[in-house]
Every structure is written in structure tokens, then in C-alpha cells.
Design a protein around this ligand. Structure first.
Ligand SMILES: [Zn+2]
Length: 231
């Protein structure tokens, strides 16, 4: 990805390949930061250990909500109070206990006012996985705060995750700086299906190997947004 982005003409002054003031930038080297956040959430009772198996969760799942998203957790373990007895997160899943019915709103810099309801739009989400890896939600919140990120730009498939991350940021304390968010509409193919890894033929690497120039790739990617804005 780094190689393809450079080829496309995008440059950056901080990152895993060039270092910077807020390194290390590889998540695999930032475990101490994530563990510190885990301890804090554990001590303050925001998270609980969950021993539900994948099968338990599949059986309990009601109507599938969003295909991209984790299913709403049925809550079987949410009453557990033994979190503080764990010295390490490994061995069980850890979930954030969301405040059911709480409305979480934010102003997206691209898409405007967004509102989600905890417990309805998403349930108790994973913070640390049984195989001893922090979840995406926890890792990005911890990294954004530690790296003093002011603006997050990413795909609209993560809008709901922003609501989860806001809950995490509040739980981690008032000194956690909250960035602004800009969610981009997703790129879609001619039939309206969003581009994903299975559209290998439209990956930058593939286009590049087939002789396209960076300029023609950028023109292709930005055409729909540009015409929409001109209308
Ligand atoms: Zn459980």
C-alpha cells in the first residue's frame, strides 16, 4: 500500500516507513499503549470479559443488521463483575459495555450531523480479542490520542464505528482529545457495488501494472465526487 500510494504521488512526513515524532507507527510495536488503556477501562468497569463462543453468538444473532459490521452482542456476559481480577487481557474477549439508549451524535465534516443510538445501532463491542490483540476500535482511539491527530479521513463504512470510538474516548478520560471526522463516500463499480478487495482488477497495483499513469488513476477515482459537487 505504501509503495502504491507513493507511486500515486501521495507523500507524508510521518509514518512506519519514515519515522517521526510520535513513533513507533506500526501497531505491533505499540502494545504498551494499548495495554495501558485496557487496564484503565478494566479498573473503571467500562469493559468486561466475555467467554461466548462464536457459535453462541451466531445462535443468538437476531436479524443481521449491517453486513460490514460486527453483529449486536446479545449481552450474555455483560453482568460480569470479575474484570478487575484479570491481570492480563489474554484468553477471553473483552467488550465495552455500551449505555443502552444513549444517543451519540457528531458533526461529520463531509456528511453533516450523524446520530446513533447505543444498544440499537451497535452493541457491546470488542476492545481486546481472546488471541491477545487489541481490537481496531481500541487501537485507533489510543493511537489518535497519543499521536495528537486532529482530523480523521476515512470511508463512510466506518461512520458507526465513530460512535463507538467516541464512547471509548469519553471512557478514557477528559484529557483524550477528540479529532474531527471526515467520512468519504465509498467508491462503487458500474453496478453500484462498493469496491472491495474482491475487485482486484481495480486495485491500484493492478491498474499500475496494466500501464495506467498516476494521473489517470486519480482522474478515475475523483470523477464521481467532482461531478456531484458541480451539480
Ligand atoms: Zn459473552
Amino acid at each position: 500500500m505504501i509503495e502504491d500510494l507513493r507511486w500515486l504521488g501521495i507523500h507524508w512526513s510521518e509514518g512506519p516507513d519514515c519515522g517521526g515524532e510520535y513513533g513507533p507507527y506500526a501497531q505491533s510495536e505499540r502494545r504498551a499503549h494499548y495495554l495501558e488503556a485496557w487496564r484503565r477501562l478494566r479498573d473503571e468497569g467500562f469493559i468486561y470479559p466475555c467467554t461466548c463462543s462464536r457459535r453462541d453468538l451466531a445462535q443468538a444473532a437476531s436479524a443481521p443488521n449491517d453486513l460490514d459490521d460486527e453483529p449486536i452482542y446479545p449481552g450474555s456476559c455483560r453482568g460480569r463483575k470479575d474484570g478487575p481480577s484479570f491481570a492480563e487481557p489474554a484468553g477471553v474477549n473483552w467488550r465495552f459495555r455500551v449505555s443502552d439508549g444513549e444517543q451519540i451524535g457528531f458533526t461529520d465534516l463531509n456528511l453533516g450531523e450523524k446520530n446513533y443510538v447505543a444498544g440499537r445501532d451497535f452493541g457491546d463491542f470488542l476492545v481486546w480479542r481472546r488471541d491477545d490483540v487489541p481490537s481496531y476500535q481500541l487501537a485507533v482511539v489510543v493511537d489518535d490520542a497519543a499521536m495528537q491527530i486532529t482530523e480523521v479521513v476515512r470511508g463512510a463504512d466506518l461512520l458507526k464505528s465513530t460512535a463507538r470510538q467516541l464512547l471509548l474516548m469519553h471512557a478514557l478520560g477528559p484529557e483524550t482529545r477528540i479529532p474531527s471526522y471526515y467520512h468519504c463516500e465509498l467508491l462503487r463499480d458500474a453496478s453500484g457495488t462498493r469496491l472491495a478487495k474482491r475487485h482486484d482488477a481495480l486495485g491500484i497495483r493492478h491498474l499500475r501494472e496494466n500501464g495506467m499513469t498516476p494521473e489517470s488513476v486519480l482522474a478515475l477515482a475523483f470523477r464521481p465526487a467532482t461531478s456531484a459537487r458541480l451539480q
